[in-house]
Design a protein around this ligand. Sequence first.
Ligand code: PLP
Length: 404
Amino acid sequence: MFKINDNYLKLPGSYLFSNIAKKVDAYSKAHPDKEIIRLGIGDVTQPLAPKIIETLHEAVDEMAHAETFHGYAPDLGYAFLRDTIAKNDYKDRGCDISADEIFVSDGAKCDSGNIQEIFSVDNKIAVCDPVYPVYVDTNVMAGRTGTYDPVTETWSDVIYMPCTAENNFIPEFPKEAPDLIYLCIPNNPTGTTITKSQLQEWVDYANRIGAVIIYDAAYEAYISEDDVPHSIYECEGARTCAIELRSFSKNAGFTGTRLGFTVVPKDLKAGDVSLHALWARRHGTKYNGAPYIIQKAGWACYTEEGKAQLKEQVAYYMNNAKTIKEGLKDAGFTVFGGVNAPYIWLKTPDKMTSWEFFDYLLDKANVVGTPGSGFGPSGEGYFRLTAFGSHENTLRAMERIKNL
Ligand code: PLP
């Protein structure tokens, strides 16, 4: 008789975004005349840039001829893409990362979920609180998180590193030494970052205690301040303690197209065992998760034309971020983020819980955002708005919020 992995049953309730969808759906049905503006989920809205579309068409045509047809992709991804990434994202930023340390994938969500599989179930994880829920959820499924306390909404074996206004959203070293440290910078949902010297302290700490940092830089393209690092490998010693996750979703609009990569340096070892060798055996090895056509489109992002078009797209969303941030400030809200990330994090007014504020905003302004508590216990009392909508809708949402 088969048995299930009952760790799956430990996951409380349903996923944050399905709860939101249900509430919005119920509201729309009850108020069919209301026009709802969605500034909730982290999906992009602008179409793929012209250079990417052109390259996709060319790559599709290549598949139509035996001479240019491509079957299974190479294990790590095509060299044309990995070489380009190694040069643009690493060498040009002074980071010592080579093309064969880059594993191309179908996005950072899968990699951020699957990466924990190369570590023992006995490892203790530490997460920023609040943060992208995938890190904790996938460790729950793996059986690494202990028991859930529905009152505090915490797991007994997870180390939470609160990131709140009180500590400027900068995680502090936990009292108990973790084995795996998830850092998401720029952070989803707070939109906040840390400086290079602060990140260096984390790298030194991880090397000192023998921990691995899983560094999620999915929002790297949104960094505008000079002292914020674009990669953890800008820090001395990161090659021996850090794995980096990257995505083409937010900088290039690949949320539906799917492309990302993970960097596992060859110096990252547990005794004699190289984590690079372990990750080379990951799910999807050989098929690799990202088709030739999509990898070619990823390569197009690094051409001069592609870079210029993506820069414009990021600027478009960051203009929305500015509109939201200034609009909320004018309306009297306390706001964070929105400078190095497409996320604006606000304090809920009048001591409302984040779900109370969700209902209030939906009802009074017909604007959908994301309750902070969905990202971790320290997110309670906060709320996330995203800059990924159209500019027109962003302006309209701010008008409605100002008139509340
Ligand atoms: N990492 C973070 C921090 C995210 O917020 C998201 C998506 O919202 C992802 C990864 C997922 O990226 P991808 O679309 O490449 O799977």
